[in-house]
Design a binder for this molecule. Structure first.
Ligand SMILES: *[C@@H]1O[C@H](CO)[C@@H](O)[C@H](O)[C@H]1NC(C)=O
Length: 313
């Protein structure tokens, strides 16, 4: 630890937040608290229904529950502190806090990206190889996909952290955002960070761009396949696919914008970071549950069970 700190004189960073006006901050405090509670409730509901309901024990729903779990983790990395910061005049974060935020943001973010790819593969097999679905997407394969997602997330974040942790900070320590966002923090280092910024563009930006394009291509193939074999099951498949495509776009869009084009204005980045830390985790349960009859039925069963057990006790 001494080794790390004696090169840098900055031991904490100052976050500028979204606004400095008192009443606007109170407004944000209320909104963010509401949204965060909705994220927790919505995603927990999905996890609990999938685990407890036998009707939902299929790969697609297991992936969905795991996606909700990632969303819970991702939004909890920064949001509780962001909410409390709205009440504070001076929003500071320690060097360790900042590094921890970056680590977990990229850990869960990278994991979620990999999971979205696994979900696309799952849907691809279901739609384009329906007869072999059960044998290909076995429980073992499911577990391998999940382990891969966590591993990819870990490798992705570690490859950033290895270089970020050693950066010397001696100059300005103001981060114009609501949490420590990697591109913003790198720019504060008092050394030439050109190579590191390039690494971030490639490792986060380009990677998300490539994944996003591949995902869009595979979903297009699936849509075409469905249209060619129009049957009674196809409208359900279409609504599932459109939900997936919406989530993928909402997740990758802002990330690509922030990381693949790091030379745009910082103030845009700030609002986009709200997007992928708050809006996407909120929209996932809404998109999946509102459009999905089975999910809605499962939640109804869950609440009925709960009411029954309350009446008995
Ligand atoms: C993730 O998926 C696996 C299926 O292999 C399941 O057993 C597990 O409960 C899921 N995790 C969560 C948090 O839903």
């Amino acid at each position: 630890m001494d080794l790390l700190n004696n090169t840098s004189s900055v031991s904490e960073f100052i976050l500028l937040g979204l606004s400095s006006a008192q009443d606007i901050q109170m407004f944000f405090f209320a909104i963010f608290t509401l949204v965060y509670v909705a994220i927790i409730v919505g995603n927990l509901l999905i996890v609990i229904s999938v685990i407890s309901d036998n009707h939902l024990h299929s790969p697609m729903y297991f992936f969905l529950a795991n996606l909700s779990f990632f969303d819970l983790c991702l939004s909890s990395t920064a949001t509780p502190k962001v909410i409390l910061d709205f009440l504070r005049e001076r929003k500071t974060i320690s060097w360790w806090g900042c590094m921890t935020q970056i680590f977990f943001m990229h850990f869960f973010g990278g994991g979620e990206m990999s999971l979205l790819i696994a979900m696309a593969i799952d849907r691809y097999v279901a739609i384009c190889k329906p007869l072999h679905y059960k044998t290909i997407m076995s429980h073992k394969v499911l577990i391998v996909f999940l382990l891969l997602s966590w591993t990819v997330g870990f490798i992705h974040t570690t490859s950033h952290m290895v270089f970020t942790v050693g950066l010397p900070f001696c100059g300005p320590n103001t981060v114009d955002s609501i949490f420590c966002d990697l591109p913003l923090v790198i720019r504060l280092a008092c050394t030439d960070t050109y190579i590191l910024e390039l690494l971030v563009i490639v490792n986060s930006g380009l990677l998300s761009l490539v994944c996003f394009v591949l995902l869009l291509i595979s979903y297009t193939v699936m849509l075409v396949t469905i249209w060619q074999h129009s049957s009674s099951a196809s409208s359900k498949a279409l609504s599932t696919l459109s939900a997936h495509i919406t989530v993928v776009t909402l997740f990758f869009g802002p990330a690509i914008f922030v990381y693949a084009f790091p030379f745009n204005s910082y103030s845009v980045d700030k609002f986009l970071s709200v997007f992928y830390s708050m809006i996407t985790p909120l929209l996932n349960p809404i998109i999946y549950t509102l459009r999905n009859q089975e999910m809605k039925a499962a939640i109804k069963r869950l609440s009925r069970q709960h009411i029954d057990s309350c009446l008995i006790h």
